[in-house]
Design a protein around this ligand. Structure first.
Ligand code: EPU
Length: 340
């Protein structure tokens, strides 16, 4: 038994930013036994990076370690009752294909998460979210293997400690587990979530007043395709920064100076401010520096015009952070994982 492995592999096609980087080695995990084999061979004791679709990473230079690509496939309905259906999908499945699988069967819950790049196994890591829905809303359990002991563990929703674009897999258990399968609880009587302004606008323009989940999915696909660059055409990793939360007091003070500043109260007297707005106000929207830039339709998305290195994107990100800090006194932090 052996896994597929490649030496000195170019990762340009393994990250949606399209950043060139040579990995010392890449191993494909095609089945669970590959993981046990890797544990036995102590692969994970070397410097390593586990990737799915490579849609939320920024590679800084060559990677002097072993890249392990989660390529586990399969999705199926595992249980149902009168109201719900439980769908289990392997970690290496493409997220959007799982969304389509559910939408086609009229199983509601993840249609608002259509077209998010990446894999099923990566989705819980950062609790993916868009248009008023987060993974946690439909999450039931996940299975993951401890890369040091080979033990398979079942995680409940509470175990995952989901937050805004975060989970235990980005904090306390960072780098410790490989997510092999995720089970979602979807509804046979979908509750349509269209409170998000842009979705309402698209449906109104199409004169749809009783939307199905397919309509919602199509609307989200239309919005995302119109605002977010397609990584196959223009390298990017979606939102580069998280939306910062500031004290509502600071927000109130800023609002006096910038009455147009959007803000959404969260918990504990905090207000979430769209980083895209802050970045645009600092003049970055559509601005290009060499091979990198902030996208013309969504300033939160940094793009690679073709030949950018990780360093160029990092330099741009730092310049953006600096100007947002100077103008607004707000620190914005990357959502994308920096890998060096
Ligand atoms: N805005 C600007 N200028 C910009 C971008 C945004 O003024 O260049 C303003 C918009 O006008 C709007 C507000 O900022 O008032 C929010 O913008 P948008 O609805 O596009 O959402 P976002 O906060 O920029 C978040 C997620 C996206 C997700 C969208 C839709 C984060 C970091 N990003 O973006 O997720 O698709 O909401 O729900 O939370 C991702 O994580 O990769 C991602 C794309």
């Amino acid at each position: 038994m052996a896994f597929e492995r490649f030496k000195n592999l170019q990762l340009k096609n393994y990250n949606t930013f399209g950043i060139p980087s040579i990995a010392k080695e890449l191993i494909l995990i095609n089945n669970i036994d590959d993981i046990f084999l890797a544990v036995n061979q102590e692969i994970f004791t070397h410097k390593h990076l586990i990737i799915g679709g490579g849609s939320n990473i920024l590679l800084d230079g060559d990677y002097d370690g072993i890249v392990i690509k989660n390529n586990l496939k399969g999705k199926q309905v595992i249980h149902e009752d009168d109201d719900f259906v439980w769908v289990k999908a392997a970690g290496g499945e493409v997220w959007h294909e799982l969304v389509m699988y559910c939408v086609d069967r009229n199983l509601g819950g993840i249609e608002n998460l259509s077209l998010i790049p990446g894999t099923v196994g990566a989705a819980p890591m950062q609790n993916i979210g868009a248009y008023g829905v987060e993974l946690t809303d439909v999450f039931e359990t996940l299975e993951a293997i401890d890369i040091l002991t080979g033990e398979l563990k079942l995680f409940s929703k509470a175990d995952c400690a989901f937050g805004y674009r975060t989970s235990v897999f980005k904090t306390n258990l960072k780098g410790r587990y490989i997510i092999t399968a995720v089970t979602l609880k979807l509804s046979k009587h979908p509750l349509i979530k269209m409170q998000y302004g842009a979705i309402k606008d698209v449906l109104a323009a199409q004169q749809i007043d009783a939307p199905t989940i397919k309509d919602i999915s199509n609307a989200v696909i239309a919005i995302r395709s119109s605002k977010l660059p397609d990584p196959k055409i223009l390298g990017n990793a979606g939102s580069f920064f998280k939306n910062p939360e500031i004290s509502s007091l600071q927000y109130g003070e800023l609002k006096l100076v910038y009455p147009e500043m959007p803000g959404f109260p969260t918990q504990n007297n905090l207000t979430k401010v769209p980083a895209g707005w802050l970045i645009e106000q600092c003049g970055w929207k559509g601005k290009r520096i060499g091979n990198s830039g902030a996208h013309k339709d969504q300033a939160l998305v940094l793009v690679n015009y073709g030949n950018a290195t990780g360093q160029e994107i990092i330099a741009l990100a730092e310049a953006i952070q600096q100007s947002v800090l100077e103008k607004f006194g707000i620190t914005i932090l990357p959502e994308v994982n920096l890998i060096s």
